[in-house]
Design a protein around this ligand. Structure first.
Ligand code: PHE
Ligand code: ZN
Length: 878
């Protein structure tokens, strides 16, 4: 049972950390697996101090037997209450044996041991991060207790033909009564959150792999029979990731098998359990008919991310959950480097920065803002956030930039070498990187300890007489709750100067020649940098590559931004200039201005005509910041107005390019023949989708006719879904038929059906709510499946601002009702969906009152989980 709380409890605090009184050197775990009841026997080989109490975590366990050093314990020698088992009489070297009963099929929270799929056909699996192991057996459930695992699984062979656990296989055999067993030994001590098992009817694909250091490894991907053929792309991605980690970081895999399992029932994206990764099917399965190009990329990225955890997370783990970003921020960064190497570096950077702005900046600006290393929490599951992951990655990127490629590698080698087999901290990370380079990187620790996105202000001044350009940079922290005083941060600012013809200028500071691009580090409140031998007033390009996770405030002239958008040799910086210009153009739409609007539209129309430009980059250039991001710039947010203005902005763009040019480009991009999955074909589809969307704004009938044709002829999911989305959003007469067709065609594919729900949940404006309500009564809808709940309710609440934020508050009421129902089943998912209310305090008054009302009532609901209660209470804090 999830923890329910009716009153506030004290938070867990970073500063209260103390090392464990007891450790577990090794554990022998054996499972007698069953769908309804499973029995778990554990033998813990304890090390510790007999004068300190032995306390083990355990949630909802039915204790069947307990013995210390092989002697059954009297009832007086142990106590089990409030999730803690306290045992008397343990000595250093004692062995504690327990036997407990648990109930997998009744576990709807999907934490601990649970059933995926139906009772008849489904399989059993575990999810232990962060604190799921305590739902399986009594244990010190904290990441700084590292233990060697021997795991024996027993089950009925017919129902559970496949038995898997982390580590190397160590025997298997038959038992009486149609039962069988299998044993796994993991030679690498690990924290219990990395424990995993899987049991059931699964099929596999496998491949032999030899590591750079000569170890033979069997790579095995497991999935249910109907989807096993969709695992080949993930297998290729896994092999690419393994090779890449050998080359880029010198890291080899370290067991004789690597298992990966796909499930449709999973709270998160995937999990890096040692030797037995478990994936949400959404990030593992891929096939041309049902997977979009973006989803292919996501599969590659998540497969790599989980694999990279084998070193950044598993071999070197976290001392406590406050250090979560030590593994997550670092692993996101490693994945970003990998994906940049496998695909286009500029496009990957665009995607990541767009995600940071869409997900992390709003989090950092709202009531749930927290540092990358939080100081306290109530429920750790609420801290798997964009801040810990994405901002955490940006911090690693700054450090990597500071050290340069060789220096960073040297630092990482030192980090892995020093901390292998240890539970480490952010300080350990900075120390290793610094020591290997004779540098003090501790000033960067301030980045990990403060919430809020810093603002970087830039002012330029050109002195024609002195032929000098001076740039004054200053930093401004937003005051965040509990953190009024913020020291200045080291902010690396990569920059270049352009002349009026769009050429990069040679940079000279203090008689040093620095090439065309340099990094200056602002580490005080304000600093001035002077560039010499500049003949004419230059156009500055600041924060190139997004060199620090800050909000840049710089009043660049629209013409200057347009110059960068059309001339910068670097794709990312081009996009960045375009985003800034688009924001100004958006303001023009509101105020009837023309300068920025025309500059943006004209620059893009010019780029549109340039056939040499990478189509995927062009697609991104043609996309202005999203509604969520635009809302971040407002004092008082009216989501309906933002939607309308953004549509108007895009319509202007479409009309400037011209209906004819759009239609011609669309026709040119519409290649016949079988689906191609190479980079060129994907880039063309990306542009095709964007052009179709623009055309729909400038000439709906033409666009709908095109979309109809595209829907019918589409060879793959990218084109099919793009067409469907345009038909649905523009309320084409044919939308209903297309939806019905899609539904029929993909009735048996849950991941495709999720897209069917999501595309409708994105219907803009007031109509969305009715659609969501009617989809809730669709027989395929269920709150029990996280992907399905996210597809409909998550998309509506978090990705459809004009739909969710109805002025009458009906969107808020719907979400709150569903959160209560969902919370009773799965608190993690309920808490996650509740973050859709983020930013409510900055809504215009009518919506703000409606939101406050709904949130206050929600906070008063009795019996909320700790997860949901923490989020809702956080939302209401001012
Ligand atoms: N550690 C997982 C990852 O980022 C995420 C996760 C957290 C999965 C908690 C399940 C539960 O790779
Ligand atoms: Zn991770």
């Amino acid at each position: 049972m999830p923890d329910r709380q009716d009153h506030a409890t004290a938070p867990i605090r970073l500063r209260d950390y103390t090392p464990p009184a007891w450790r577990v050197e090794s554990i022998e775990l054996s499972f007698e697996l069953g769908i309804d009841t499973t029995e778990v026997a554990a033998r813990l080989h304890l090390r510790g101090d007999a004068s300190r109490p032995l306390r083990l975590d355990g949630e909802g366990l039915e204790l069947l037997a307990i013995a210390l050093d092989e002697q059954p314990l009297d009832a007086g020698a142990w106590r089990y209450a409030d999730g803690v088992l306290e045992v008397d009489g343990a000595r250093d070297g004692s062995v504690l044996s327990t036997r407990v009963r648990i109930h997998p099929a009744a576990n709807t929270a999907l934490e601990g041991l649970y059933l995926s799929g139906s009772r008849e056909a489904g399989f059993l699996l575990t999810q232990c991060e962060a604190e799921g192991f305590r739902h399986i057996t009594f244990f010190p459930d904290r990441p700084d207790v590292l233990t060697r695992y021997t795991v024996t699984l027993q089950a009925e062979r017919a129902r559970f033909p496949v038995l898997l656990a982390g580590g190397n296989p160590d025997g298997a055999g038959e038992l009486p009564d149609g039962r069988h067993w299998a044993r796994f030994v993991d030679p690498h001590p690990k924290p219990c959150y990395l424990f995993a098992l899987v049991a059931g009817r699964l099929e596999k694909i496998q491949r032999d792999y030899r590591t750079a250091d000569g170890r033979d490894v069997k790579l095995v991907i497991w999935a249910e029979a109907d989807v096993i053929d969709s695992c080949h792309y993930a297998m290729d991605a896994l092999e690419r990731a393994m090779r890449w980690d050998e080359q880029a970081y010198g890291r080899n895999y370290d067991l004789s098998v690597f298992h990966v399992v796909a499930t449709h029932d999973f709270n998160m994206g995937a999990m890096e359990n040692k030797g037995l990764n478990i994936f949400n099917a959404k990030y593992l399965l891929a096939d041309p008919d049902t997977t979009t190009d973006d989803e292919y990329k996501a599969v590659e990225a998540v497969v790599a991310h989980e694999y990279f955890h084998n070193w950044s997370g598993n071999r070197v783990t976290c001392r406590d959950w406050f250090q979560l970003s030590l593994k997550e921020g670092l692993t996101v960064f490693r994945e970003q480097q990998f994906s940049a190497d496998m695909n286009s570096a500029a496009l990957k950077r665009i995607e990541d920065v767009a995600l940071l702005r869409r997900a992390q900046f709003p989090e950092d600006a709202g009531p749930l803002a927290h540092p990358v290393r939080p100081a306290e929490y109530h429920e750790i599951n609420n801290f798997y956030t964009a801040t810990v992951y994405e901002k955490g990655s940006e911090l690693v990127r700054m450090l990597a930039g500071r050290l340069g490629q060789k220096g960073f590698r040297r630092g990482m080698d030192r980090y892995f070498e020093r901390n292998d087999g240890r539970a480490a901290t952010i300080e350990d990370f900075l120390a290793a990187l610094g020591d290997a380079n004779d540098l003090d990187l501790m000033p960067y620790l301030a980045w990990y300890g403060q919430a809020g996105t810093p603002r970087l202000r830039a002012r330029g001044h050109f002195d024609a007489g002195a032929r000098r350009y001076t740039l004054t940079l200053s930093q401004h922290a937003q005051a965040a709750a509990g953190q009024p005083e913020k020291p200045p941060l080291p902010i690396p600012v990569k920059l270049a100067l352009f002349d009026r013809d769009g050429r990069m200028l040679a940079l000279r500071i203090d008689d040093r020649t620095l090439g065309n691009e340099t990094v200056v580090v602002l580490d005080r409140a304000e600093q001035t940098f002077a560039f010499d031998e500049i003949e004419r007033s230059p156009v500055p390009s600041l924060l190139r590559g997004f060199s620090a996770p800050v909000i840049l405030e710089c009043d660049s002239a629209p013409a200057d931004l347009a110059l960068l958008l059309t001339h910068d040799p670097d794709g990312f910086n081009r996009w960045e200039a375009g985003q800034q210009l688009a924001a100004l153009a958006f303001d023009d739409c509101r105020h009837g201005g023309r300068t920025a609007l025309q500059a943006w539209c004209n620059a893009l129309a010019q780029l549109f005509a340039d056939c040499a430009l990478d189509p995927a980059l062009l697609a991104d250039l043609l996309t202005p910041p999203g509604e969520v991001e635009l809302a971040e710039r407002e004092q008082e947010v009216d989501p309906a107005q933002i939607h309308a203005l953004r549509q108007q902005l895009q319509k202007q763009l479409a009309e400037t390019i011209g209906v004819l040019a759009l239609a011609q480009r669309l026709a040119a991009l519409d290649v016949a023949g079988p689906l191609q999955l190479d980079a060129v074909a994907k880039a063309q589809r990306r542009l095709k989708r964007r052009v179709l969307e623009l055309l729909a704004l400038a000439d709906a009938p033409t666009a709908q006719a095109r979309a109809d044709a595209q829907y019918r002829r589409a060879q793959g999911m990218t084109d099919r879904l793009a067409a469907l989305s345009v038909l649905v959003r523009s309320e084409a007469a044919s939308a209903a038929d297309a939806l019905a067709d899609f539904r029929r065609r993909h009735a048996d594919n849950p991941l495709a059906l999720d897209k069917w729900f999501a595309v409708q949940a994105q219907l803009p404006g007031e109509r969305a709510l009715e659609r969501v309500r009617s989809l809730e009564s669709d027989p395929a809808f269920t709150l029990k499946n996280p992907n399905r709940a996210r597809a409909l309710l998550g998309t509506f609440a978090s990705s459809n601002p004009s739909g969710f934020h109805r002025a009458d508050g009906a969107g808020y009421r719907l979400l709150a009702e569903r959160l209560v129902a969902l919370d009773a089943l799965n608190p993690q998912i309920a808490a996650r969906l509740a973050t859709a209310f983020n930013g409510w305090q900055r809504l215009e008054p009518v919506r703000r009152d409606a939101a406050r009302h709904v949130l206050s009532a929600l906070a008063e609901t009795p019996g909320l989980s700790r997860n949901l209660a923490e989020i809702v209470a956080g939302m209401l804090k001012s």
